[in-house]
Structures are given as C-alpha cells and as structure tokens.
Write a protein that binds this ligand. Sequence first.
Ligand code: SF4
Ligand code: SF4
Length: 470
Amino acid sequence: MTTTADAPPSQSFHRSKLTADDVQRRLRYIVEKDRLVLDDLPRRFLETFAAILTHSNYRQVVDNYARITARCANCAPSCQIYQHTHAPHDVPCYRSNLLLEVYRRHFTMRGLITTRLLGQEYLTEDRVLEMASTFYDCTACRRCTLDCPLGLDHGLITHLGRYVLSELGLVPRALVISVREQLEGATHNTSAIPLPAILDTIEFLGEEIRDEKHREVQFPVDQPKRDFVFFPAVSDYLMEAETLMGIALTMHVAGDQDRWTIGSQYFDGINYGLFYSDWILERVLQAELDEARRLEATNILIGECGHASRSAKAFAKTFGGADAPPVVHIIEYTYRAYKEGRIRFRPGAITERVTYHDPCNIARTGWVVDQPRELLRAFCSDYVEMTPHGADNLCCGGGGGTVSVDELRPYRTGVTGARKAEQLRATGAKYIVAPCANCKKQLRELCEDHGLDMQVVGLHDLIYRALDLE
Ligand code: SF4
Ligand code: SF4
C-alpha cells in the first residue's frame, strides 16, 4: 500500500509555538472586526465540543479512537504531506491526537481526576490555536486510514475538529463566504451566479454543440417527473464548458434527452459542509433534496465533482429520510449507457497520452474507480496509469476544502501536492483527466507552479470529442 520506504518518525512529536497572528494570517478567519477573538477560547471550545458529542453520534467513535490509537506511526508514510516534509507533526496520528487528547483529558473520568490532581486545565489557548492551524494542513483524503491497523479515520477527526472550531468562528473566510451566499444569498449558489446568467450559459453551450457537432442538444430546465435532476459543481458553468457539453451530448446520444433536467430554484452540487460542519452539510443537502422533490425527480444526478458526490451519496438518506431519491454519479450514468450500447466511441479518437487522477471522495471507497478507466481505454490510444492509483491514489493536494483557500496555495502546491506533481511528471501525459471541480483547480495550479506542460480536463471533455455520432 505504502509507496515510500520512509521509516516511521520518533514518538517525540513537537511543533513550534503558533501565535494568534500566525493563525489569522494563514487562514483569514471570519471573526468579529476581522480579528481572531481569543477571549475564553479553551472554555468555548470545550463547551462546543461537549454539545456536539451530546447531540450527535460522534461520541462512540471518539471514545473508541481515544482508547485504541497505538501511536505506532504506521500511517505516516501513507500521507503525502508526511512523505514530503518528514516532520513529526505531520504524522496523521499526531494531528488527530490533538483532539483525542482533549477528549481524554476533559471528557473521561480518568482525565478529569488527573486534571483535578494536577490542579490545571489541559486545554490552553495555544492548543486550540494549534488545532485551528493544523486541521487545515490535512486534506482529509483518508489515505492514511488504509494503512492504520486499527482503522482510524483521520479525515473524520479532522472534520470533527474543524466542526468544533467553526462553531467558534474559526473557519477559513473563503468557505464561509461561499456557503453564506449558497444558503442565504440572492443567487443560492457558491459562485454567486445569477439564474439568468446560468440560462444564458446553457443556451450558449447548446449553440456551441450545434455548431461543432451538428446536433440539437438541449439543457432542459425545470422539467417535472424526470429520471434525473442534475447538480454539477456550479463553478462548472463558469469554468468547465466542455465538461457540461460532454454530459449534455452524452445524454442526447444515449437517447435520454427527455430524462434529465436542471432545476431553476437550486442547481449547485457543492457542499462545503462535508469539510467543516455537519450543520452546513445538512442544510445544503436539504436544498438539493427540496429541489429534487419539487421537480418530482426520481434520482439526484451529481456532476463531475468528488465532494459533491460523496456528500450527497453518503448523507442523502441520513438527512432526507429513507425515501430520499437515490444519488447517481455522472460517471456511473455514462458507464451504464456505454455498457448498454446506447453510446459508442471512436476507438483511438484521442491519440495524445492520457492519465487519470482519482478524486479521493469517489475513489477511496472503490465507488468510482474502474468505470472511468474502461471508458477512457475505449477511445484513448495511449492511456497510462499513475503509481499508485485507484483507491490507493494520492490526493491532488487540495482536498478537504483547502483548494478554496487562496492563501494556502504555496502550501498546497509546495507541500500537500508535491508528491502528486512528481506522479504527474512521471506519466509524461498530455492530458490529466480529473472528474472533480476542486481537483481540476488544484491540479492546474500544481502544473503552473511545478512547470508541468500538461492539460487538466474532465472525463466528459474527452468523451465530447470521442463520441461516435454516426
Ligand atoms: S492512526 Fe493507526 S497507524 Fe497511525 S499511529 Fe495511530 S494506530 Fe498507528
Ligand atoms: S487524511 Fe490524507 S492528508 Fe490527512 S493525514 Fe491522512 S493521508 Fe494525510
């Protein structure tokens, strides 16, 4: 599983002291008067943590992890951050242990007795600030989970730590602004695109397809009782025209033109709640479910976006009830149309070398791994794999919402994405296929910052070029 021969680090984890200004500068939190409010930070952290443990099912998991974690550092070599820095504080277990130790010291009988005997509280302002900084070092890719003999999910602990911090206002500005627009703004989407602009865009895309492919392809809007209501990452309407054109053309050629629709009341698949707040996760998902129910759609169809797919797939029934519509990933849809013979490709349509990047959110569990490869092999004459790939892939370096934080770019491309850049270079590919809006942004920045002459595209961008229209 692990690809480096790095020895696990020593157990004497250490990190130099962070100041509030360091943390503020790094993540630009949304706080009163744009300054980090330090008053009573440990007490507020503990109260929030206690409330979340009481009103959720995290307690069992945290309690279990706090008891079993062995600090064996088996997880270290599997983390692309540790692979690059070899710093003890980048060992996954070190980071998770920051929160688990708070639990042990403040929420278990033994911890409470120790605290009383020593006469001092464990959680200090410094410790809260370290968590605030380091939980956004992790990309929540969950690769380290594959190598932990005890099955600890550090992505989950990172999420929980961020959840507690977000309730104190400690959350990157970029995420908060996007979510605020999505849930409370006039446009109801993270990119603040007004509906008329979306409608203009899809009309334009339809014209482009007509000019290029000589097909009358529609992007249906507000059609009731369809099989699929479609939620891409809304940024695709601005940034990924070919991905959307490829999806619409696939639907058309497969004979499903009248089986899908976009909703006008809500059309954004992005759900940053997956990265930092269950409360936000639920509210965004409700908006999707409400739109699906308004249109009486049978399925929720998510576009090329990893976290949008996982947040909907994993939590639609949790928050929407047993009758929530099933969630289908667009690659699942296209793969099925291909296997049923409803679409065909021109073999060898893409002659340049192509490689495929697995977005962690759809690949780590094995959900979407083989399907895109079979599709690509059907029309690429020079397809190569990265090493490792599939469920064992390396994160692009921008996971867990970090790609949305521009201040983190030097860290994302210089540290978290450094191993990915090496992997990409080794393929010698011209096209990197990355079916995820976040991965695409990160990989493009990675190519720029590492001088890689490669083009990042979506899977349906190439499908658009390769579909057999005869
Ligand atoms: S998380 Fe698992 S692999 Fe890592 S140190 Fe702890 S017990 Fe070992
Ligand atoms: S989730 Fe990914 S980035 Fe975070 S510690 Fe594990 S391997 Fe490293």
